[in-house]
Design a protein. Structure first.
Length: 146
C-alpha cells in the first residue's frame, strides 16, 4: 500500500460521496435535519410482513403519509451502520467468496479469510480503487458473475 495518509483521504472522500448518494435517494432529495427516524428490524418474512402492514397504516393517515413522502419520516434498518451501501462480504468457502450487492471497500477485503483466492461478484457490485489494490496485493482474483 502506498502512503496511509492518501488511503485515509480516499476513504474520507468515498464516505462523503456515499453519504451524498444516500441523501439523494430520500423522497424529497434530502432528509431534513428534523426528520424523525424509525428503526426497523427485518430478519425474516414475518418482520417484513409486519413492516408492510405498518406502512399501510401510516399511508392511511394523511399526516404520516405526507411525512413519509416529504422525507420528514424516514425508515432505517436497525443494526445497520451509517453506511448501508457497503457490501456484506460473507465468509469464504473453499477459498472463494461471492458478493451479490453493494460496494466493496479496502476494509472489507482486509476482513476476508487468509485462504481466499477468488472473489466472485455480481454485475451490480462495485469495488473501490483501494479494494482493487488490496485484492491485487493479496493475490485474490476477481470474477464477475453474469
Amino acid at each position: 500500500m502506498a502512503d496511509p495518509a492518501i488511503a485515509a483521504l480516499i476513504r474520507e472522500v468515498l464516505a462523503e460521496e456515499l453519504a451524498r448518494i444516500a441523501k439523494d435517494k430520500t423522497p424529497s432529495g434530502a432528509a431534513s435535519s428534523s426528520a424523525r427516524e424509525e428503526h426497523v428490524t427485518i430478519a425474516g418474512d414475518g418482520d417484513l410482513q409486519k413492516f408492510a402492514r405498518q406502512v399501510l397504516k401510516y399511508a392511511a393517515a394523511p399526516k404520516l403519509r405526507e411525512d413519509i413522502e416529504q422525507g420528514r419520516l424516514v425508515f432505517r434498518l436497525a443494526g445497520a451502520g451509517a453506511d448501508t451501501h457497503h457490501a456484506s462480504v460473507p465468509a469464504a468457502q473453499g477459498g472463494e467468496t461471492t458478493v451479490e450487492t453493494g460496494i466493496i471497500s479496502e476494509r472489507q477485503v482486509d476482513q476476508l479469510p487468509k485462504d481466499t483466492r477468488k472473489l466472485r461478484i455480481a454485475k451490480r457490485v462495485r469495488l473501490t480503487p483501494l479494494a482493487r489494490d488490496r485484492l491485487r496485493q493479496r493475490g485474490i482474483s476477481i470474477e464477475r458473475m453474469e
